[in-house]
Design a binder for this molecule. Structure first.
Ligand code: CO
Length: 157
C-alpha cells in the first residue's frame, strides 16, 4: 500500500463533479486500499477519491476503526430527519464548522468486488457518508457550514 497526497481546498480537483467508476478491478482495489491507508494515517473517518486527485465516484469510510466501507458509485436513496453537528475535513486542515445533515440515510453502492448493496446508516456514519458524497459533486463542507472556526470548538474529541 502507499500513502497518497491529500489535496487541499483551493485545488481545482476538489470542485469537479466526479465521473462514475466504470471498471472494478485489481487496480481500483489497490487504489481503495491506498485511500484507506491515507485516511487512517491522517486520523480521518472518511476520504473521497478527489481528495487524492482522482475524479471518480469512490469513497472509503470507517468511523469506528472496525467497519470499513468502500463505496463505489454511491447514491443516497433515502433520507430522514435533520441534525446539526461539527465537522472537519482532511482537505481543510484545522477548520471546523456546523453542518446540517440527514439523521438517517440509505445508500446504494457497488462493492469493491462489483456487487450492488444497500447500507443504512445513522449517527456519525450517516454524517460521514453524506460529507464524502458531497466531495464527489465538488462540494466541500466549508461551502455549506455555519460557524466555521479555526481549531475545534468542542473539546470532547
Ligand atoms: Co472532506
Amino acid at each position: 500500500m502507499a500513502l497518497l497526497e491529500i489535496k487541499k481546498a483551493g485545488d481545482p480537483v476538489l470542485k469537479k463533479v466526479c465521473a462514475p467508476v466504470e471498471k472494478i478491478d485489481k487496480r481500483l482495489r489497490k487504489f481503495l486500499d491506498d485511500m484507506a491507508e491515507t485516511m487512517y494515517a491522517s486520523e480521518g473517518v472518511g476520504i473521497a477519491a478527489p481528495q487524492v486527485g482522482e475524479s471518480i465516484r469512490a469513497v472509503v469510510v470507517d468511523v469506528d476503526k472496525k467497519n470499513r466501507y468502500d463505496l463505489i458509485n454511491p447514491v443516497i436513496t433515502f433520507r430522514e430527519g435533520l441534525v446539526i453537528d461539527n465537522e472537519g475535513c482532511l482537505s481543510c486542515p484545522d477548520l471546523f464548522g456546523d453542518v446540517e445533515r440527514a439523521a438517517k440515510i440509505r445508500v446504494e453502492y457497488t462493492t469493491r468486488f462489483g456487487k450492488k448493496k444497500n447500507l443504512e446508516a445513522e449517527g456519525l456514519l450517516a454524517r460521514c457518508i453524506q460529507h464524502e458524497l458531497d466531495h464527489l459533486d465538488g462540494q466541500l463542507f466549508i461551502d455549506i457550514a455555519k460557524n466555521i472556526t479555526k481549531g475545534r470548538k468542542k473539546t470532547e474529541e
